[in-house]
Design a protein around this ligand. Structure first.
Ligand code: CTP
Ligand code: MG
Length: 166
């Protein structure tokens, strides 16, 4: 899951600047995505996720470390791109519910990246998804994701990178 987890953190660290929705509003008068989704965050996040995944592939090939999942170029790209697409989709619906940028939306805020990554995998590499993400692994992911999410956000808050600890 590293190629899916890294993009969110890197987007929060390096994001900012021009928003993806270019400030545009939806028919409900609220922002399409909001200022929390920027081109810089998307680009740096996706590139960082892909870099981590390619490093995993390199480790696997060089040291034949079978503790690592058998990442492929396709799985890495789907995990990294899907994670931030899921995050953007979440923000779209979050705005439609009238929630402001940075406001809490439990469950969706934590699992957006998992849903996005798995949905994209389902489309572009379903065989990888079903052979790698077995039921026990899925359960670990579902438990670990909110825990990691919370931990990273508290660290980000304490380091003044995030305005809120969630
Ligand atoms: N970020 C970014 N571009 C993205 C995703 C995230 O620049 N595509 C940065 C933004 O600075 C954002 C921060 O990462 O504020 C934290 O991301 P997230 O918690 O997903 O955004 P929120 O600000 O909480 O916005 P939203 O309510 O839309 O989720
Ligand atoms: Mg948030």
């Amino acid at each position: 899951m590293l190629p899916a987890y890294v993009p969110n953190t890197l987007a929060a660290l390096c994001g900012g600047g021009i928003p993806i929705d270019l400030g545009r509003e939806y028919s409900d008068g609220r922002r399409l995505l909001g200022d929390g989704k920027t081109y810089r965050g998307l680009l740096i996040g996706v590139l960082a996720g892909i870099a981590v995944g390619f490093f995993q592939i390199w480790l696997l090939r060089t040291y034949s470390w079978d503790v690592l999942p058998p990442q492929t170029f396709l799985s890495v790209i789907a995990l990294a791109v899907g994670a931030l697409l899921g995050d953007m989709t979440k923000s779209f619906f979050k705005r439609r519910l009238g929630k402001d940028r940075g406001e809490q939306w439990p469950v969706a805020d934590q699992y957006d990246l998992v849903a996005g990554a798995f949905l994209l995998l389902l489309i572009i590499d379903p065989s990888w998804l079903f052979t790698t993400i077995t039921l026990p692994i899925l359960i670990v992911i579902l438990i670990l994701t909110p825990v990691l999410h919370r931990m990273v956000n508290i660290i980000g808050y304490l380091c003044h990178i995030k305005d809120v600890p969630w």
